[in-house]
Design a protein around this ligand. Structure first.
Ligand SMILES: [Zn+2]
Ligand SMILES: [Zn+2]
Length: 150
């Protein structure tokens, strides 16, 4: 996975490639997103940056996120709950999803990368990618369960 500097380089490179001006606002939004490994939704990011950067409106934030997603800078996750979530990890990876707190945890697995799509599906649909989603109750929620059960 990319470190901070590599991510920043990637950000600049993608913006240049797609003729997107690198503005302070875009940089702040991208950084906030990249710093949050929980795959935040727009509301989460807004809460994160609003206090420090009150001049970035919710509307601007939303539009920026859509632009990022359109040029392939970030990924949109829609398989987990009603809210659209965002992911700055572009490389193929898999997700562990906590059904309680809705946290999404990244993991990599060469074994799961090898999964093949059945022919009857390949013949009918255009396959864009494969991702394994494992539903779980995360360690933090398990701890809360134990406390509650006392
Ligand atoms: Zn959880
Ligand atoms: Zn992810």
């Amino acid at each position: 996975m990319m470190n901070n500097n590599e991510r920043l380089e990637y950000f600049k490179e993608q913006c240049r490639k797609h003729g997107l001006k690198i503005t302070m606002q875009r940089l702040i939004i991208y950084q906030a997103l990249a710093d949050d490994r929980s795959h935040p939704c727009a509301d989460d990011i807004y809460q994160r940056i609003h206090r420090e950067y009150p001049n970035i409106s919710y509307d601007t934030l939303n539009r920026t996120l859509l632009t990022f997603s359109r040029i392939g800078l970030i990924k949109t996750i829609s398989h987990h709950g009603p809210k659209r979530r965002f992911d700055t990890v572009i490389a193929d990876h898999h997700h562990l999803c906590c059904i309680r707190c809705h946290k999404i945890i990244d993991f990599e697995s060469e074994e799961l990368d090898q999964i093949t799509v059945p022919d009857r599906i390949k013949d009918k649909y255009t396959i864009l990618g494969k991702k394994v989603v494992i539903e779980c109750i995360c360690d933090e929620c398990m701890k809360k369960d134990k406390k509650g059960g006392k």
